[in-house]
Design a protein around this ligand. Structure first.
Ligand code: DAH
Length: 347
């Protein structure tokens, strides 16, 4: 068999192998077996040196023809495999837009947020504006200007988180939102001032009813001739709006350095549950501190206590939330267990 015939034979073997290949991988093997440098066709052409020189061009041309033809066939078949694979991939990855969507669960407001927004809404109707202050503040705003002298127990290292002296001296995490009374009066310079100030406060304390971070809402009303009766009226309105129309309030004399006279205010309402134990309906529970702004406080901010008067009050937000919703342990409010939090959806 001469070389040309053998070329034709390899060519037809390769043709059948191409047609018989079922995958791109199999086709690559065929390509390798017949057309690579060590493939069947190249092996055949090693015999070219034994062919008489005048016949060599003819044999060479025949070999090239076979190679070109087979390479073209392989190329076409490979493209066929590739486009089929792509089509399969596209089909398998198609998104069915008619499938029902995955639900995104809606969140709900935290009870602390609920109490803050409800309280601010109530006092807005009485003309109070929102005024916020920083959580890190000076001892001046937190204590001195509020008539709390340096040896007052409220400044005790036990209660107050101080910033390290190396960082900044006389700077604390505020222990009360009363700081905003001072900041607002200093900024406004002259009455009237009628503000409500919710926010986080910090004390070194932790148990069933205390958390190192909690929230207060401070109220302040300063003008000419503001009376204690107005304070009572204001707080009674708040209590009824917050705890229901049957709510009553009771004022007990008490001491806070920045008010004179000062009072602790209790509320009575048909409570759902009593965090202090039992389920007694209608019980007096303390909700806030209040009083008439102390002359020393006015002096500290440059107001003339002979000309102006005012009242202030401060309440613990978590305490109000516990009373209103019957939450027995303060810590539940900060554990962020969704089973607990979900109960307030829609409140
Ligand atoms: N700042 C007080 C506290 O943290 C609460 C308070 C009491 C605020 C009486 C007042 C007030 O404005 O008049 O315990």
């Amino acid at each position: 068999m001469d070389l040309i015939e053998r070329i034709a034979e390899v060519e037809s073997q390769c043709l059948r192998a191409i047609e018989g290949s079922r995958t791109e991988g199999e086709l690559a093997l065929v390509d390798n077996r017949y057309l690579s440098k060590k493939g069947a066709l190249s092996e055949l052409l090693k015999a070219l040196k034994d062919v008489p020189p005048e016949q060599r061009p003819k044999v060479g041309a025949r070999a090239n023809e076979a190679k070109t033809k087979l390479e073209a066939l392989i190329g076409t078949r490979r493209e066929g495999f590739q486009s089929r694979a792509l089509e399969e991939k596209l089909n398998s990855e198609r998104i069915d837009v008619t499938l029902p969507a995955r639900k995104t669960p809606a969140g709900s407001l935290h009870p602390v947020t609920l109490v803050i927004s409800e309280t601010t809404a109530i006092f807005r109707r009485l003309g109070f504006e929102l005024s916020e202050g920083p959580e890190i503040d000076t001892e001046f705003h937190c204590f001195d200007a509020l008539n709390i002298p340096p040896d007052h127990p409220a400044r005790d290292m036990q209660d107050t988180f101080y910033l390290p002296r190396e960082v900044k001296e006389n700077v604390v995490l505020r222990t009360q939102t009363s700081t905003v009374q001072i900041r607002t009066m200093l900024a406004k310079k002259t009455p009237p001032v009628r503000i409500l100030s919710p926010g986080a406060v910090f004390r070194s304390d932790y148990d069933m009813t205390h958390s190192p971070m909690f929230h207060q809402i401070e109220g302040l009303y300063v003008d000419r001739n503001v009376s204690f009766a107005e304070l009572k009226g204001c707080l009674l309105f708040f209590a009824k709006e917050m705890f229901g129309p049957d709510a009553k309030i009771r004022l007990r004399p008490s001491f806070f350095p920045f008010v004179e006279p000062g009072a602790e205010v209790d509320v009575w309402f048909k409570n759902r549950a009593n965090p202090e134990g039992g389920q007694k309906e209608g019980q007096w529970l303390e909700i806030l501190g209040a009083g008439m702004v102390h002359p020393e406080v006015f002096r500290a901010v440059g107001f003339d206590p002979a000309k102006v008067s005012g009242f202030a009050f401060g309440m613990g937000v978590e305490r109000i939330a516990m009373l209103k919703y019957g939450i027995p342990d303060l810590r539940l409010l900060f554990e962020n267990d969704v089973r607990f939090l979900r109960q307030f959806a829609g409140s």
